[in-house]
Design a protein around this ligand. Structure first.
Ligand SMILES: [Fe+2]
Ligand SMILES: [Fe+2]
Length: 473
C-alpha cells in the first residue's frame, strides 16, 4: 500500500478509515513536536538538512532525499507488507496463524516489550542532542540528524501500536514515552545505557555501531513475533536501522584511518605522539570499543531468563533469524552457558534452551559486531601497522547476568576487585582520555572540510559529493 502524504500523519495503515485512532494520534502529534523542539537536536531547528524520508515500504525504492527543516520532517507510520497466511514460527503456538489482535493472555507482556523498545528510540535522540555543536563535518552533522529523525520515527512506530492495539493504557504509555527523559533523576529512561549522555563523537560512533546493533537484534527478534502488526512494524524499522550502524562502522573506520595517516606523517606509533598530532590513537579507540561493547551486551538481559523463555514459548519474541534454526520448539533442547561460582571460578552448565534465549541472541550479536572489527583490522593491516582491534570477552565489565559483580580482564581472565580498580583505565577510557577526546571536538561546518581527528568518508550521501552542503545553517 502506498503511503498517503496528504494526511497529517503519513501512513500506510489506512488511518483515515479509523477516525478514533486518527484523532488520538493527531492529539499526540503536537506533544511529540514539543518534545522534539525541547529535547531533540539543539540549535538546528531552522537549518535545512539533506534528509532521507521513507516514502514506501518497497525494498527497491523506499526513501526520497531532500532538504528539510527537522521540525517539518514527515514522521509517519509504516508497516511492512503483510505476508499472506503467515504462521507463528516458533514456540508452543508454532504453525498457528499469526494474531492480528493482541491475545488477552499476552497483553501485559506485549505491552511491556513494545514500551521497552519504544523508550529507547527517543532516549537516544535526547542522549545525542548536543552533538551538533561539535560536529566534525557537515556530512557527519547530516548523518547525526538522519539517525535522530529516524529514531523519532521509530518512536512513532511503537506509539502507533500502543494506540491502535492497547486502548487506554496504551495511550497512557504513549504519553509516558515523552515524559521520561534520558538521565532524568526522577523519570529516567527504562534501560540504564540510555541514560548515559553521548557527548563526544567517539561515543556517538560507538553507540551507533554497538548500541544501535543491539537495537537491530531486538527488532529482529520482535520481527519474528506472532503478533503480526509488531512483526511488520519491526521489519520496516530494520530497513532504516542499517544506516545507523553504517554511520558507526564508517565513523570508527575513519577515525582509525586518520590515526594511521598521522602515524605515517610523524613516523611514530607512540600514542602520546599521535595525540599531540591531534588524532585519536588506536589503543584509545580500543578502549572506547571495550566500554561500549560491554555496555551494549548488558542490553540482552540475564543469561538465564524465565521472561525470555516465556516470550519464546508464547510466540511473542523469537530468536534473531529464527528461520536459520532447525528446531523451532526448543522444548527439550539445552544450551551451555557459564556460571561464576562464589570463589570466582567459572563452570559451564547446561540449561533449558528456552531459558538461554538472551545468550543465544547475544552471541549472534557478537558475531555481527565482529564483522566490522575485521574490516577495521584490514585498514590497519593495509597501512602496515601492527595493531589489532579485538572485541573484549563477553565476561568483561558486565553489570547484568552471570558475570555481574565479578571482575575480568578484556581477555576474560578473572581478577580480584582491587586489581580491576587499579587497572581499569588500561581497558576503558580514563577521565584524562575522555578529556583529551573532548578537547578535540570542535565544530567544523565548512562544506567538505573535516576535523583533524577524522578522515573524510569514501563517498557522500545518495551519490552526492563529500563536499556537498548537507546542512544549510
Ligand atoms: Fe531505532
Ligand atoms: Fe537506530
Amino acid at each position: 500500500m502506498a503511503i498517503d502524504y496528504q494526511e497529517r500523519i503519513p501512513n500506510n495503515v489506512d488511518l483515515a478509515e479509523n477516525r478514533t485512532l486518527q484523532r488520538a494520534l493527531e492529539h499526540w502529534q503536537p506533544r511529540f513536536l514539543d518534545w522534539w523542539r525541547g529535547m531533540g537536536p539543539s540549535d538546528f531547528l531552522a537549518a535545512d538538512v539533506y534528509l532521507r524520508t521513507a516514502t514506501s515500504v518497497d525494498a527497491k525504492g523506499w526513501a526520497s532525499y531532500g532538504m528539510t527543516k527537522m521540525p517539518d520532517y514527515r514522521w509517519g507510520i509504516f508497516l511492512a507488507d503483510q505476508v499472506p497466511d503467515r504462521k507463528i514460527g516458533f514456540g508452543d503456538h508454532f504453525g498457528e496463524p499469526v494474531w492480528q489482535q493482541v491475545p488477552g493472555e499476552f497483553r501485559a507482556d506485549l505491552r511491556r516489550l513494545i514500551v521497552t523498545q519504544g523508550d529507547t528510540e527517543p532516549a537516544s535522540v535526547e542522549q545525542q542532542r548536543l552533538l551538533g555543536q561539535t560536529c566534525p563535518s557537515l556530512y557527519d552533522l547530516r548523518n547525526l540528524f538522519q539517525v535522530n529523525v529516524e529514531e523519532g520515527r521509530h518512536l512513532w512506530a511503537m506509539v502507533y501500536l500502543l494506540h491502535a492495539y492497547f486502548g487506554r493504557d496504551g495511550r497512557e504509555e504513549a504519553e509516558g514515552l515523552l515524559e521520561r527523559h534520558s538521565g532524568d533523576r526522577n523519570k529516567p529512561r527504562i534501560l540504564s545505557t540510555f541514560n548515559e549522555p553521548i557527548d563526544d563523537w567517539m561515543s556517538f560512533f560507538c553507540f551507533t555501531y554497538f548500541t544501535d546493533r543491539d537495537g537491530k537484534y531486538q527488532l529482529k527478534m520482535l520481527a519474528e513475533s506472532g503478533f503480526d502488526p509488531l512483526s511488520r512494524t519491526c521489519r520496516f524499522m530494520l530497513t532504516e536501522e542499517a544506516h545507523h550502524m553504517f554511520v558507526g562502522e564508517t565513523g570508527l573506520g575513519r577515525v582509525i584511518k586518520r590515526a594511521l595517516e598521522v602515524m605515517e606523517e610523524i613516523k611514530s606509533s607512540d600514542p602520546a605522539a599521535v595525540r599531540r598530532a591531534g588524532a585519536i590513537d588506536l589503543p584509545l579507540v580500543q578502549k572506547y570499543i571495550n566500554f561500549w561493547f560491554s555496555s551494549a551486551q548488558d542490553l540482552f538481559g540475564s543469561d538465564t531468563s524465565t521472561n525470555a523463555a516465556n516470550y519464546f514459548a508464547n510466540g511473542l519474541k523469537g530468536r534473531p533469524d529464527e528461520d536459520n534454526y532447525a528446531d523451532h520448539l526448543a522444548k527439550d533442547a539445552t544450551y551451555e552457558i557459564e556460571e561464576v561460582l562464589e570463589d570466582g571460578t567459572i563452570k559451564t552448565v547446561s540449561i533449558p534452551l528456552r531459558n538461554a534465549m538472551n545468550v543465544v541472541a547475544r552471541r549472534a550479536y557478537v558475531k555481527d559486531c565482529d564483522i566490522g572489527v575485521q574490516r577495521w583490522n584490514r585498514i590497519i593491516k593495509k597501512a602496515g601497522v601492527d595493531f589489532e582491534i579485538k572485541l573484549p570477552s563477553e565476561r568483561f565489565r558486565r553489570t547484568v547476568g552471570v558475570y555481574a559483580g565479578h571482575a575480568f580482564t578484556p581477555e576474560g581472565k578473572p581478577i580480584e576487585a582491587h586489581e580491576w580498580e587499579a587497572r581499569k583505565y588500561e581497558w576503558i577510557p580514563s577521565p584524562e582520555d575522555r578529556a583529551f577526546v573532548k578537547g578535540l571536538m570542535h565544530q567544523v561546518i565548512e562544506p567538505g572540510k573535516m576535523a583533524g581527528w577524522i578522515a573524510p568518508p569514501d563517498r557522500g550521501i545518495n551519490n552526492l559529493a563529500v563536499d556537498y552542503e548537507y546542512v544549510r545553517l
